[in-house]
Design a protein around this ligand. Sequence first.
Ligand code: ATP
Ligand code: MG
Length: 347
Amino acid sequence: MGKIILTGDRPTGRLHVGHYVGSLRERVALQNQGDYDKIFIMIADAQALTDNAENPQKVRDNIIEVALDYLACGIDPEKSTILIQSMIPELTELTFYYMNLVTVSRLQRNPTVKTEIKMRNFEANIPVGFFTYPISQAADITAFKATHVPAGEDQKPMIEQCREIVHKFNNVYGEALVEPNIVLPKNSACLRLPGIDGKAKMSKSLGNCIYLSDEPEDIKKKIMSMFTDPNHLRIEDPGETENNPVFIYLDAFSKPEHFEEFLPDYANLDELKAHYQRGGLGDVKVKKFLNNVIQTELRPIRERRKEWEQKVPEVYEILKKGCKEAKQVAEKTLYEVREAMKINYFE
Ligand code: ATP
Ligand code: MG
């Protein structure tokens, strides 16, 4: 059995720097290291429809946006297979069978689903599809026999739930499925990047994002208006760096060479933090530095994106080819699943 990656994003908007540090940057690194036998990257449109059922145009329009963001970040279609979830109907059939292996109360305990239900004000009216999306996610992962899932921290409960489904399936029907492992970012600041408003998670649905495709002026405007330590009123006041999004972003993005280039008075981030903590360092100076850092990181991504934007038909061809490849793999898994479940009557 090889090492296989499955990971993905919902086409509910363009991708933001939270996706980048939480998962995308790691995917590109893993792709380029070449240790994996297969890498599947899924645009999860069927999952996006579970809470956007009345907004199909939004989901449709964002397929290409997400694909462009992938290519801009360095996902290479020669090395990774990009697929669109709904184009692989086998995933839906797997979901239907896995539903028998999960209880309602187990789904209700999933902490990410709980938070997301609150965030969307779904408390009284949860669409069944949304409530069960962790099961469909287990189908996505297992259809490709993924061993590794690079994702942000919010995905931990999903992978746990997937492992339980695999365990139960293999116990009841015989070993057909593979238990996946989550690959979290090593840098703890990247596990769950906060929003520019200081909210716990940068999220397309919350509108508190710096997008990978933002123009330089917009990035600057967003950074200069960022939430910081509310008790750091005057420059001489001591400030907090722990829960301060500006410093969390620096933790996630800054490299030693950024200090050399943009802030040579400080050797590294620890020195900058120490100065902020003892007082005497203003927010504007730190934000200007953060702006330089993020601009440096996003410039090549934005430029590559603009090149791909000129070749949209080619991008659709890449997606079409990816879906075809992925479908073959999912068909094979479904065949094995049906066999294990004894529902292959005419074989
Ligand atoms: P939505 O609000 O529509 O759910 P989202 O911004 O949460 O969108 P997803 O498509 O749900 O994005 O997540 C895709 C991947 O990016 C997942 O692996 C998730 O863990 C990761 N991710 C999303 N937001 C962040 C974040 N703020 N920090 C770190 N990782 C993140
Ligand atoms: Mg999400």
